[in-house]
Design a protein around this ligand. Structure first.
Ligand code: PLP
Length: 392
């Protein structure tokens, strides 16, 4: 029977996050090794935690300006200049958000009219398409190919551009594929963005976890600053998921529009989190580099082991995910994840959580201890061997 509360059709039709659906199954199970949720296994570095404690002791418990603490925005501006060659005015072009999640939501609310289309390459981070739909837009999913490194090509962008296309979501290094774009590839995307008058929503939350080449920020490309909403945050590289702090940068008109929504819905990010993140920016380079070195070491191990045990896997260039093909097992990605969990107590995310076109893959997060990874690979190997024996 329907309750008194009638749920909005948009929300009713919105699929629940494929990651969460699966992990509800894991809750309560014992001895599970989870390679599931995409979250650093490190706790936030001590100097950052200490600065938050100190902020509370000093009585920093108020709201801040909607846009965020001015000195924090200044620190971000300085950091982006130094690290990525970006020039953003801390007063008008930077907005502190409650994670990249809020920044992404605000960007779409500020940008879209009903029926406007946004191109979303698949595999996609789980929130991208649903939020486009939530704000009344239409997500146009574009399959990317393993043979092209799961990267969107200018040809595919052009093929999917129509009269209502407003923007393209880019995420690199990518969740879940770990692939990233070279400067040359980005310049090609920039060319079509100009030609079709697209806004690029560039989620670069994993940029500091790029292992094999220099990360190029999309707005640093010629002519792209004015058509990019740049999103970044502290959750991943600084191991600060629980603090809920990120930032959005862009031309002042779009940042003012985003702030208009933000001032009603969120008011501001937590002052304590802002103080902590400011400390992370100022003195965080060494711990970030240490964590990065460790993720890289784990990447080498996991990718080598996956290929050795028969799950073909490309080499991710950043973030902390492996996205092996499970095609050889003959199982759907959900079957694979469920059977692996039931038989060997290893949790991975079915590829379909990242789009309908991702059936042949599962995602494994390697932000887990080396011991866990070693044991997980052993269990997956046993699982595969057993299946092979059954099928022979
Ligand atoms: C690509 C990507 N963007 C955004 C987020 C969410 O980030 P935040 O914690 O800053 O909201 C995640 C988290 O997994 C992610 O993988």
């Amino acid at each position: 029977m329907q309750g008194v509360m009638k749920i909005s059709k948009i929300v009713e039709n919105m699929p629940p996050s494929g990651i969460r659906v699966f992990f509800d199954l894991v809750v309560g199970m014992k001895d599970v090794i989870s390679l599931g949720v995409g979250e650093p296994d490190f706790v936030t570095p001590w100097h950052v935690r200490e600065s938050a404690i100190y902020a509370i002791e000093k009585g920093y418990t108020s709201y801040t300006s909607n846009k965020g603490l001015p000195e924090f925005r200044q620190a971000i501006s300085k950091y982006l200049k130094h690290k990525h060659g970006l020039d953003y005015d801390p007063e008008e072009e930077i907005l502190i958000t409650v994670g990249v999640s809020e920044g992404y939501d605000l960007a779409l609310r500020a940008l879209l009219n009903r029926g406007d289309e946004v191109l979303v390459p698949e595999p996609q981070y789980v929130a991208y398409g649903p939020i486009v739909e939530l704000v009344g837009g239409k997500a146009v999913y574009i399959k990317t190919e393993l043979s092209e490194g799961f990267k969107i090509t200018p040809r595919e962008i052009e093929k999917n551009c129509g009269k209502r296309t407003r923007g393209l979501v880019l995420n690199y290094p990518n969740n879940p594929t770990g692939k990233s774009y070279t400067r040359k590839e980005l310049l090609e995307i920039a060319r079509v963005a100009r030609k079709h008058d697209l806004v690029i929503i560039s989620d670069e939350i994993y940029c500091d976890l790029t292992y094999d080449f220099e990360h190029t920020s999309f707005p640093s490309l010629p002519g792209m600053r004015e058509r990019t909403i740049y999103l970044n945050g502290f959750s991943k590289s600084f191991a600060m998921t629980g603090w809920r702090v990120g930032y959005a940068c862009g031309p002042k008109e779009i940042i003012a529009a985003m702030n208009k929504v933000h001032q009603y819905t969120m008011l501001c990010a937590s002052i304590i989190s802002q103080m902590a993140a400011m400390e992370a920016l100022k003195n965080g380079e060494q711990p970030v580099n240490e964590m990065k070195r460790e993720y890289k070491r784990r990447r080498e191990f996991v990718i080598a082991r996956l290929n050795e045990i028969g799950l073909a896997c490309h080499k991710p260039e950043g973030a902390f995910y492996a996205f092996p093909s499970i095609k050889s097992t003959g199982l759907s990605s959900m079957e694979f994840a469920q059977k692996l969990l039931k038989e060997e107590k290893v949790a991975v995310v079915p590829g379909t959580a990242f789009g309908k076109t991702c059936e042949d893959h599962v995602r494994m997060c390697y932000a887990s201890s080396f011991e866990n990874l070693r044991e997980a690979m052993k269990r997956i190997e046993r699982f595969l061997k057993r299946r092979k024996q059954k099928n022979d």
